[in-house]
Design a binder for this molecule. Structure first.
Ligand code: AMP
Length: 114
């Protein structure tokens, strides 16, 4: 299977504006930001989408959610608030088949999403 664009970022084959990295995940700014701050948190383990994670991934999934707060702090949106999104499948708007958590903030976000 060809590498996803996110795997290429993890492997430093293409550039990204990285805001955080540890042994389990990497976080970088979205190339088409939908808010003043828009980051993606991507596990280094390839899980195509949240619906394909299983019980073995429970610690990894918890780590991704705990990383949300770190990324919000690093990007200056912890106090003002933010939204965390995981798109899944066609109707969910998923375009990159490598699990990722969106972190959006820096403006007042509308609800419900379109
Ligand atoms: P999703 O639609 O939930 O699969 O989100 C995929 C996101 O990846 C989109 O918001 C894209 O703008 C973003 N994206 C695609 N390629 C890159 C890239 N090379 N660097 C940063 N973000 C990217």
């Amino acid at each position: 299977m060809p590498k996803t664009v996110f795997q290429k970022i993890i492997d430093r084959e293409i550039p990204a504006d990285i805001v955080y990295e540890d042994e389990i995940c990497i976080a970088f700014r979205d190339i088409e930001p939908q808010a003043p701050v828009h980051c993606l948190i991507v596990p280094k383990k390839l899980i195509p989408r949240i619906s394909e994670a299983d019980a073995k991934d429970d610690a990894l999934l918890g780590h991704l959610l705990l990383t949300v707060t770190k990324v919000a702090k690093l990007t200056g949106i912890l106090k003002t608030g933010f939204r965390t999104v995981i798109n899944c499948g066609v109707d969910g708007g998923e375009t990159v088949p490598h699990l990722h958590v969106h972190v959006l903030g820096g403006r007042s976000l509308q609800w419900p999403p379109g």
